[in-house]
Design a protein. Sequence first.
Length: 150
Amino acid sequence: MIRFLKSLPIAFLLSSVVCCLSSGFASDAVEPASATVTSLRGEAIVAISQSSFFEGTTLRLTNCSAYAGTTTNSVRQGLSNVVIEVRVGSLTTNVPYSGSVASATNGAWWCDIQIPTNLSSVYLQVKLTDSITNSYIYPWKVINISQPLD
């Protein structure tokens, strides 16, 4: 019994250290700004959102959809075995990102992108490529940008 009582403070001390260390590593996730892109064939160049997004930050493109026609009444583009490439930047300087299929039958996809810095206008373009290398590039979208405070 005495031996048990002597080891009790040590066990308490060890469990306190473990609790303190594990709570020190716990952190909250910061969700990036998000926007939804609807891609139609042959549409005019339009902004992805009326909101502005800060240069140098992550933008999560979520619940995005691709259509096989020129209106949202068209059939959604199937995305089974389709590679989604999202390019962000300007005509001469852009960065490719890989989109992820959220629903192959509903033409839904998502992608995290980085808003570029030092550009006066930022564009986004979606390219779909199937398993036999047929591809379609949707018209550009504009990303309204703002410069963050330094």
